[in-house]
Design a binder for this molecule. Sequence first.
Ligand code: LLP
Length: 418
Amino acid sequence: MHPMDGLMLEQVPLAGLAAAVGTPLWVLSAGTLRRRLAALRGALDAALPGMVAIHYAMKANDHLAVLRIMAAGGAGADVVSGGELARAQAGGINPADIVFSGVGKTRAEMGQALADGVGMINVESAEELTRLSAVAVATGRRARIALRVNPDVDAATHAKITTGLAENKFGIAWADAAGLYAHAAGLAGLEPVGLAVHIGSQILSLAPYRAAYARVAGLIGDLRAAGQVVRHLDCGGGLGIGYDGAAELPAAAFAGALRAELGGLGLRLSVEPGRWLVGPAGLLLASVIQPKRGVGRRFVVLDAAMNDLLRPALYDAWHGIVPVSAVDALAPVSAADVVGPVCESGDIFARARALPELAEGALVALLDGGAYGAVMSSGYNARPAAAQVLVDGSRWAVIRRRPPVQSLWAGDICPPWL
Ligand code: LLP
């Protein structure tokens, strides 16, 4: 290690990875993944000893190496498709530790979940109850279910990642929840064990959580008073991280809110965070293709683009962008628009960002890319998905190769008359 190695992840200089593997390149820290899972585990155990299971929302990053680290740290998984259900098990997660969520599960996915023996299926509508009951009866299995209720609470986050408002497609309308719980208890093949609630993503304050959990606690009281058995509450995910240097939602504060609102109800609880566990563990390494002078504007054109990291284009999301080289980092800064080469005006990572002059070939790291980064990438503009590297102390390994460009059309079938 040398002071001029520039930015490192754990003990590995990023410039060395770029030279060895090429850019754009996702780089993920195993140590950060383990530390964050352990920190959440510790905070939950301190507040509510032995009462809260962690089901990692694998949609945030479903690489098998990530799943293995989560499984080794004692986490189960929250899955939202038959694909994720299979993938979670390929990553070493026990089906009994898997919760199947999502607003639209096909009959085939329901059958797969029951055959695999998932721990719980979160049901989001009366129609879904009917279909799941039919699948359970037809296959001679019993489905442990939670009803996902919509508490109509504003999570105060981006509209595209808000889920707990009455206008959102998610969850069972508040007014219908008690009636449907009783209805579910009478349906063949179903065993209602409790409720689930998830109000949105990238939530940075406790107030919406407390409001939602307080409402749910009231509903649980009503259900129990009506003679229903409610043993479990899936408390959802959504814990936010500090993309722009703001404080993340502290695990201890979140755990404290769980205890304050739900600790006295004799429930088994589970949480399903994705972003908080993996977001800060990853970055996207990119090279400057060229600087470009516009009319009164400075552009930095990277070899990474919106097909790699979609969040800025889709949600106007802010990601830190830092030069990797120590020499670059010390040069005087000016405002620059950081863009990708994709033919869309929306292919912008940052506007008017203070950055030093960056020449062709200079490396930058786009930070906090461990969640909803690689998983949301596409082959748009015939750009193969970036390779991925896992760093662990002083070790590193390529955990996904960049596919050859031919793979992009390998599945195309030209009809015989062409
Ligand atoms: N549980 C349910 C039912 C969910 O819908 C989600 C996320 C989670 C848990 C995990 O949420 P997290 O802890 O990661 O916030 N692509 C967007 C985020 C979409 C989140 C969708 N649901 C982004 O890049 O910001």
